[in-house]
Structure formats: C-alpha cells, structure tokens
Design a protein around this ligand. Structure first.
Ligand SMILES: *Cc1c(COP(=O)(O)O)cnc(C)c1O
Length: 348
C-alpha cells in the first residue's frame, strides 16, 4: 500500500507569504536600516576556503561570540539555520511522534507547521483572559511554545505566565521565542535564566534586529544537557561559513549601531501609532519592530491595494480574537510616511 505522502503531512502547503518585489517592503519585519557595516565587511572578506570547505560542525566561533556578548557559557548555546531551524530541531529533540505541543493562538505560524511536519500534534490555546499556564498545560504537552513579543500581534505575554509554566519540575519543555525581544523593555528576556533551568529553551534570531535574514542564522540558550539533545537533531554544518563570519561580526559589534536602530524603531513605532489613531485605526500595543492593525475592511484587499501603490505589508485574514489585520514593519520614518500616504488613499 502506498503511504506517501504521510497522512498528517498531506494537507500541508509550502510556505507562501505572498511577497512580490515592491518599492517599500514593510512585510517581513527585517531590519529596514540594513545590516551592520562590519557584518557586510566580514562577508566580503570571506576567503575562497569558506566556500570550498565545510564550515565548522556546530558553529563554534559563533557560539563563542554569543557567549562573550551575552555572558553565557558556550555549552549552553546552540545555533541553527535561522531560528526556524532551532524551533524545528527542538521540537524533534523534545517530542515523540504523536506527542503534543501547545501554543497561544494567534502566534508564529511555523510552530504549527513544524509540529505537523515532525508528526507532533499542535494544540492551540486561544489568547484571551483565560490564557493561563494551567490552560497551556491541560493537554499534557511535551512542549509549550511562547512567543515574546508575539508575532503577528506585537503584544507581550506576561512574565508571570512563563514563570508559572516553569514552576513544576516535572513539566514540559518551555520554548520561549525571543525573535523580537530587542525591541521590548530591557529585563523582559528569559535568556539568562535558560542555562540553569532544565526545562527552558530561549530562541533568538539574527534575521530581525541584526539584519541578516538572507544568511539564515539563529541561536538558542538552554541547559547544556538540553543543548546536547537539540544538537543531535540539528546535525552538523547548519550555519554556512560566510553566514557564521557575518554573524560573528554583527554579534561582536559594540559601536552603538544596533542601539541606534532600536531607539529609532521605538520612536517610529510610537509616532506611527499616533498617526494611525488619527486615521481611526486601533493598532495593537507593540513591543516589537512591527505593528498589527485590525482592518474591518478586509486585510487581503487592503494589502493588495497598498501593493498597487508600491507598499508591501502582510495581511492576516481572520486572526482568532482579532479578525482581519495587516502587519507593518517599523522602518525609517520616510518609509512609514509612504505607507501612511498609501493607506490614507486606500481607505478613503
Ligand atoms: C522571523 C521569526 C523567526 C524566524 O527567524 P529566522 O531566524 O529567520 O528563521 C522565528 N520566530 C519568530 C516569532 C519570527 O517572527
């Protein structure tokens, strides 16, 4: 009997964010100021050897740079081909086929996809006043996924929720996705708790603030024993040598470049919020480098009309508890001004 494609797998599609080239692209939360000049210089200086030879097996140089930058032991760090890869490898390391993963809904779509791809059962818990640690643990999951700040809403679930998820020694692995933590209040991160907690994994990416989405680099911090298990499912050579070189340069940079980007994101985020309210929109309070704007008129229609005017945003039709919304990346103000002009003409 032909069992191909696998049953849980058959109905999955391939990823299509609906992204076509556009003059002002505010659709994917990457760094619209660009990449750090030292990261680009490191990329240009890559020797031929970094193309012809295999990279380091587990990106040891990058792990050392992360260890120095964040003051974390190398043994508590794993790396991956983007933090997508970290999520995928962690799921595979933690969950037997058939086990459950719970997550708050809506959140980063890929957690559901990677769960299904790995034969794991995704369990969505609605994000409302009933979202408690108890609700997230009710299905007896092998892993709980918490995205802080959350994509696509930009909101920040309470620290207390994560702390309660971590309380019981016998509980599941808790994966906290901190892709956007650089844009939240300092002190919100769980990164420094991860090396000494047997159930906590904190994932980070170099695709957002660090401006290296095209190079595909992510990392995670966890107890060394957990890192060891994740590394088994990760396998060798996941970070290419040029990507590792640029990532090391970006992580090591201490000239204030990233701090300036963060400050401008926060300033532009507030300013965009005010302008949107003046247009009678009610954007969600954001702790990230994007803003989610509920759009009663239909997200796909608005996004497509904006695209017609050269502005790319990401439509989210029918988000649970929210309805239709568009997500807009915070970039330099000139780009946001273009977005606002286009939006005003589209909803007129
Ligand atoms: C963008 C994003 C990632 C993935 O980033 P990559 O490192 O590019 O794979 C992970 N989690 C969330 C919540 C994101 O928005």
């Amino acid at each position: 009997m032909n069992r191909f494609p696998r049953e849980a797998y058959r109905d999955l599609g391939v990823y299509d964010p609906g992204r076509t080239p556009v003059a002002v692209d505010l659709s994917d939360n990457t760094n619209r100021w660009g990449a750090h000049p030292q990261a680009l210089a490191a990329l240009r200086q890559c020797a031929e050897e970094s193309v012809t030879r295999y990279p380091s097996t587990y990106a040891d140089g990058l792990k050392q740079a992360i260890a120095r930058r964040f003051g974390i032991d190398v043994a508590a760090i794993t790396t991956g081909c983007g933090s997508d890869d970290i999520l995928d490898c962690t799921l595979r390391a933690v969950c037997d086929p058939g086990a459950k993963v719970t997550y708050h809904d809506p959140t980063f779509f890929m957690i559901e996809v990677f769960s299904r791809v790995n034969g794991i059962q995704p369990v969505a818990v609605p994000t409302n006043s009933a979202l408690t640690a108890r609700a997230m643990l009710a299905a007896d999951p092998a892993m709980v996924y918490v995205c802080r700040p959350n994509n696509p809403t930009g909101t920040l679930l309470s620290r207390q929720l994560v702390e309660e998820l971590l309380e019981d020694e016998e509980g599941p692995i808790v994966l906290v996705d901190e892709a956007y933590i650089d844009f939240a209040d300092p002190g919100e991160s769980f990164l420094h708790q991860a090396p000494t907690h047997s159930r906590l994994v904190v994932a980070r990416t170099l695709s957002k603030l660090y401006g290296l989405a095209g190079l595909r680099v992510g990392f995670a911090v966890a107890a060394p024993a957990t890192v060891h298990e994740i590394d088994k499912s990760r396998g060798p050579y996941k970070v290419s040598a040029p990507a590792e070189a640029a990532a090391i340069a970006a992580i090591a940079a201490d000239d204030g470049w990233f701090e300036r980007v963060v400050a401008e994101v926060i300033e532009n985020r507030a300013r965009l919020g005010e302008r949107l309210q003046a247009l009678s929109f009610e954007p969600l309070p954001s702790h990230a480098n994007f803003v989610l704007i509920p759009t009663p008129q239909g997200a796909r229609a608005i996004a497509s009309a904006l695209r017609g005017q050269g502005v790319g945003v990401r439509p989210f039709p029918g988000l649970p508890g929210i309805g239709d919304a568009i997500r807009v990346t915070i970039g330099p103000w000139a780009l946001l001004e273009r977005f606002l002009d286009a939006l005003a003409s589209v909803v007129d």
